[in-house]
Design a binder for this molecule. Sequence first.
Ligand SMILES: Nc1ncnc2c1ncn2[C@@H]1O[C@H](COP(=O)(O)OP(=O)(O)OP(=O)(O)O)[C@@H](O)[C@H]1O
Length: 303
Amino acid sequence: MLELHGISRSFGDRLVLDDVSFTVGRGRLTGFVGGNGAGKTTTMRIILGVLAAHAGTVTIDGVPVGGAQRTRFGYMPEERGLYPKMQLVEHLTYLARLHGFDRDGATGRAEVLVERLGLTPRAKDPVESLSLGNQQRAQIAAALVHDPDVLVLDEPFSGLDPMAVEVVQGVLAERAAQGVPVLFSSHQLDVVERLCDDLVIIAGGKVRAAGTREGLRREHGRARHEIVAEGDMGWLRDVPDVRVDELAGGSAVFEAPADVAQQVLGAALARGPVRAFTPLRPSLAEIFRDVVADEPELEEVAL
Ligand SMILES: Nc1ncnc2c1ncn2[C@@H]1O[C@H](COP(=O)(O)OP(=O)(O)OP(=O)(O)O)[C@@H](O)[C@H]1O
């Protein structure tokens, strides 16, 4: 398990990470979400040792992470960096060689990754001639070239078309299934929602919520139900402790405590047939909005 404990970091007198703690479990895909400037990249750089923390620790299975462990980390940085003139497969072979593979092993590894990421038709093309989305896939291949023990990816899905998103999702899920802790940042909440086991929500340099996707839904979700009845549901507006979000004839979406929702169902049945009564699970976008609502601006979190 990768664990961050009490990580803080300032730039000048601005505190941009404030006591950040969370875990990335083995075999777990952990999504790291937050608005622009929330602190995701800074956190990832600290995990990778590209940037020093001013306080706190990063451990893997309880052992402080140092240079030796980090050689076994795979990192896709925010600033993409491959040699533009190099052919894709040659480039990946070169990176695998840097990680200690012999020539045949490195070539084999490069070819497997090119294929897995759907880049075979582009294998002999210089990196600079690839489309942006394909360069992104190439960058992901580069992070995976040494079969890392921990995977940290900064915005791996940005700029990918839906098919590429599927491919990359599959690749990350495979890594997780092999027991690799996988942390990735993303602004695409729908992708994070589909893919992640766990989530960390950061805003203003502080972790605002962290846990399993389902746990966060339970914790932060509003208790909403959809009801579809034969008769008009207009009477729902007069029920105490009920907030009606949507109402159209016999269909309504409302928020109410669980016992009141059951009373609504009972009352609706007393009036006639009920076609559907469904608890609505909050989307990650809703949870995100709830969690980061009313956050102070980063500037106000100065030291
Ligand atoms: N080298 C630096 N010098 C000064 N300030 C920095 C530096 N790096 C990051 N920051 C500041 O730290 C804060 C967090 O930035 P960071 O890049 O970690 O956010 P992020 O969550 O990755 O944002 P985005 O989603 O926009 O990439 C921002 O206010 C940013 O301006």
